[in-house]
Structure formats: C-alpha cells, structure tokens
Design a protein around this ligand. Structure first.
Ligand SMILES: Cc1ncc(COP(=O)(O)O)c(C=O)c1O
Length: 394
C-alpha cells in the first residue's frame, strides 16, 4: 500500500469545512427527498418483528426476503434472474471491490471510458491493474476506439479482464450510452470474449428522453451471459443505508459471495430490512417520481444559469444530461481545474477537478459538477461564483 493514495475526492472534500462554501463536489442525493418518517416507521416495525435476528449474523449472499424484493425490482427492467445470480453488497463501492478482487491481478488491463468513475479506479487500483481509456463521446463510449484498443491489446497478448462502463448518466460526465452503442459494446464483448461490467446507480433517475434497455437486459435477450451488473440504492434512497447488489452468471456471483465471506461476511440485516421496506412498504414509484421532479428542476436551473454566464465565445462547454446527479464542464485547455479549485473555494464554491476521473493520462481542464444536493437558489449563486473565477482566466 506504500504508494496507494486512496480516494482523491475524499481529499478534495476535506477542504470544504467552511459552511459558506456552496459545494457542487460531493455525489450526495438531496435531503429534500429523504423519506424520514417512513424510515422511522420501517425501523420500528423491523425491531418489533425480528430484533433478535437483526442483532445476529445473517446470510452472506443476502436476506432471502430482500433478494426476492430485488429480483422483483429488476423485473421492472425486464431482467429475469434466479437467486443464484445475485449477491447483496454493502453498497456500490463494495460491489466494485468484489469485482476488482475477482477479476484482477497486478498488471491486468481494464478497459474504461475517459473520463470514468473515480471510485471504480480507486477500487480496482487496490489490485494494481493497468487502465486503458478511450475518450467518451456525446452518445457514450467510443466503440470504434474500444475495438482498436482491444485489437492492440490482443496483439500485445494482454486482453483486458473486463470493460467497465456506467451506461446511464455516467458519473462524472452525465453521458448516456445510446442503444446502438450498447448493442455494439455487446458485439465487442462476444467477439473478444471480454465481460462488461455495467455499473448502474442512476438508471431510475431519468428526467427526459426515453429509457434505454440496460446492457444486462440486451445481453439476456441474446443469451450472452457476458454482463455483470452493479447496483446501489445509495442514490435512490439514501447512501447511509449502504445496500446494493451485484448480478451476473451464477459462477461469477458465487465467487463474489466467497470473497464477501472473506472481506465483510454479511451486510447488516438491519440495513437490509430498511432496504426491503424501501422497496416494498414505501411507495417506491412515487418516491422515484418525486426525486426526478426535484432533480429535473435543479438541473434546469444549473443549465440556464450556465447559459447566461458562459456564451459560446467563452469556449466553456458542458454536457446536458438526461438524468443522474452530475454533469461535466470543459474549460479552454489552458485552465487547470486542479488550480482553479483553490481559487474557487476562496470564492466559496467547490467542484471536483476532472483530473480525478481518469484511469491514466488525466486531462486537467474539466470539472465534475453535482447538481442534486444544494438548493436551486444556491445552485444559481454557485454558477455565478464559478463564473467570477473562470472569467478571469479566459
Ligand atoms: C458509478 C458509481 N458506482 C458506484 C458508486 C458507489 O456507490 P455507493 O455510494 O453505494 O458506494 C457511485 C457513487 O457515487 C457511482 O457513481
């Protein structure tokens, strides 16, 4: 671990102790949508019913009641799997950890988008892999670029262990992979015999446009068994609960369960009961609709204030996500957002410098913006504060 540096976003966030700072840095859902009363009631109910079991160890793959509820949750997405194809995780980051531990040994290659999710880079980095990145495009992964990368890697004798993507409203860019590209990624996966890791925390948070089938669903329709799905309820319900799940072919999931045995044993039953209540007793669809309407309105405020502050001649560009919690702002290449960050916090606004979202060769002129957490009013003020420091450097 001597030269392992941990999660850079954690270091970024430690500068944000001043309450005056409006932070667009974290990946936090908004407390405006928290279901506090419902959670209290669910907790009481679970305690009344099963306090002794809550206080005990519980099954490693997950509580059967939660597993069944999750299988029903997936049927909404036309995903039909059995209990042997799922392991409950202690949230998304744990799902990534199990994936890295299962597939990677030092020097193994992982094929990713550029940018990609920083937490995945951090989790996989524990196994010392080599990342090969291909620049993402407006409609998702550059499949032709990935094909070239796969061909080169095959020639070098180092085929990747997997392709890692976040197809819906990617963290950090907000970009969604089109249907045609999802099919083309599957073609690549079959042709080069490389599994796809589909990390999917945001699928239910779509604010505009049509839902696109999950890569997992498309793979099932083609009988491929080449996709492993990683999910978390952190962004839909609350990150404090720490519950998610991984799905995939039984031989993969069984091995992930064995690793879970060795690394955390079981996910706390208490948390799984909260999750079960969220899925079955609370009004899931109404809650999701509520989240979508809050976040849709916040995104609109952010985009409108950006357009007012950065006319096209400034060279500042940003993505227009159809969902999720993040978007990606690209500044002219001379502006280093790692430096801009410190000036921004003096102006009482924060973002995450884009350089943290690359497996290799980071670019330095981008910012990841979270638009879900702060209020609409604060979002507009935050953009104005950002504009003040960016305009000085244009
Ligand atoms: C793409 C992606 N995967 C996984 C995670 C980790 O989720 P969790 O907070 O449940 O560990 C996140 C959180 O931001 C994410 O954006």
């Amino acid at each position: 671990m001597r030269d392992y540096e941990g999660y850079p976003i954690g270091k970024t966030i430690q500068y944000l102790t001043d309450p005056e700072i409006i932070s667009l840095a974290g990946g936090l859902p908004s407390p405006e949508v928290f279901q506090r009363t419902e959670l209290r009631l669910a907790t009481e109910k679970a305690f009344d019913r099963e306090i002794d079991r809550i206080m005990q160890y519980s099954p490693i793959p997950g509580e059967a009641t939660l597993v069944d509820a999750v299988l029903r949750f997936l049927e909404r997405d036309d995903i039909h799997i059995g209990r042997d194809s799922i392991v409950i995780t202690t949230s998304g980051q744990h799902g990534l950890d199990l994936t890295g531990r299962l597939f990677l040994e030092p020097g193994d290659v992982v094929l990713v988008d550029r940018p990609t999710f920083a937490g995945a880079v951090v989790a996989f980095n524990l196994q010392r892999p080599r990342f090969v990145g291909v620049n993402i495009q407006d409609d998702g992964s550059d499949v032709a670029g990935m094909r070239r990368a796969l061909e080169n890697l095959a020639t070098e004798g180092t085929p990747p262990k997997f392709i890692y993507v976040v197809p819906d409203f990617q963290n950090p860019s907000g970009i969604t992979i089109s249907l045609a590209k999802r099919e083309a990624l599957l073609d690549l996966s079959y042709e080069f015999d490389v599994p796809i890791i589909e990390d999917s925390p945001y699928r239910d948070l779509r604010y505009s446009g049509e839902t696109i089938p999950a890569i997992f669903t498309l793979d099932q329709q083609r009988d491929g068994d080449h996709v492993i799905g990683l999910y978390t309820f952190s962004k839909l319900f609350c990150p404090g609960m720490r519950v998610g799940f991984n799905i995939g072919p039984p031989e993969v999931v069984t091995r992930m369960t064995h690793i879970k045995e060795g690394n955390i044993l079981n996910t706390p039953k208490w948390n799984q009961d909260m999750c079960l209540a969220f899925l079955e007793d609370m009004d899931l669809e109404q809650h999701l609709e509520n989240c979508r309407s809050y976040y849709r309105a916040k995104l609109a405020v952010f985009l409108d204030t950006m357009a007012e502050n950065f006319p096209p001649e400034t060279g500042v560009r940003w993505t227009r996500p159809q969902g999720g919690l993040f978007l990606w702002v690209s500044l002219p290449p001379q502006i280093d957002t790692g430096e801009l960050f410190f000036e921004a916090i003096e102006h009482k606004v924060a973002f995450v410098p884009g350089e943290q979202f690359y497996g290799e060769n980071p670019e330095h002129n981008h910012m990841r913006i979270n638009f879900s957490f702060v209020s609409k009013k604060q979002l507009a003020v935050a953009v104005e504060r950002l504009a003040e420091c960016i305009k000085k450097r244009l």
